[in-house]
Design a protein around this ligand. Sequence first.
Ligand SMILES: Nc1ncnc2c1ncn2[C@@H]1O[C@H](COP(=O)(O)OP(=O)(O)OP(=O)(O)O)[C@@H](O)[C@H]1O
Ligand SMILES: [Mg+2]
Length: 321
Amino acid sequence: MHPHHSLALIATSDVMRSILGRIDTIATSDSSVLLIGETGVGKELIAEYIHRTGPRSDKPLVKVGLSALPPELLESELFGHERGAYTSAASEKKGLFELADTGSIFLDDIDDFPIALQAKLLRVLESREVMRVGGTTPIPIDVRLITATKVDLKELVNRGVFRSDLYYRINVVPLVIPPLRERKDDIPPIIHHFLQRYAPDKQINVAGDALRTLVDYSWPGNIRELRNVVQRMALFADGEIQLKDLPPEVREDAPLDMIAKACQRCFTEENMTFDQVVACLETNLLRQALREANGNRTHAAKALGMSLSTLRDKLKKHNIE
Ligand SMILES: Nc1ncnc2c1ncn2[C@@H]1O[C@H](COP(=O)(O)OP(=O)(O)OP(=O)(O)O)[C@@H](O)[C@H]1O
Ligand SMILES: [Mg+2]
């Protein structure tokens, strides 16, 4: 099987296709890549893709979750130790860098890398040699570095918790992976993909309004959250997934989310008076209710819990058609 296929990285949106295009260019090189993006956007999957499409594809890819490793174990995990380096070190141990030799190493949550060890990491990357804890002879290593972060490393540099020299060393090729809500074209094909994965024997469709709601939802947990929702729905669905089959957070978030976005101006602009903020909020609530009611004022008024004449007054006041 072609190695890409087992990875199943769906990229339909323009932005993801252009990212994949960039990856195909850089994968063949050996440059360090920094993946930046919210939780669940696919950083780990993309790290695998970069490794698998590059010249080291048949060599190991070693993944290191830095947020999961206790700092006191990190040094010997990464760089190994010699026998007797600690009282507990009964035998020598290879570090993860040595295990990744000739392949790639993926350092996930690099922002969690302890400042005390950053100089050592930089030295390893620059010299292409590791020194085990308690060791005296440097060991040559040849690894491709892929890192990932959820937070802005530049800001950590400014706050003095991340070394700027290390930052420049890992940030050779930065790739920003946008959240799912900024590439909604990917949502339908990803839903389809997960339906096939989790219910290969069922022929499941998604009704039009259910699909629209899934696309509208803001997906704060990104593709991981979408995967879990589809997995759950695939379990219970037979035939067609309806609006009522969607989890409540998905059904309820959509209109609120749109209002929140539309009102962002109110909250971020400095010179707005209280009355202006209230007017902005009111305008957006009215617009949303009308949209949901397909322009039917009687239905919109009912949804808002006000009389038709109150709705009319408010629409007039805010100049809403
Ligand atoms: N483009 C994609 N197509 C198909 N599946 C995807 C895609 N992107 C991510 N996934 C799937 O979504 C899930 C989450 O992805 P992944 O673990 O790579 O995210 P992450 O950015 O590393 O998240 P975190 O920051 O929380 O570690 C995985 O099951 C992954 O296979
Ligand atoms: Mg991850």
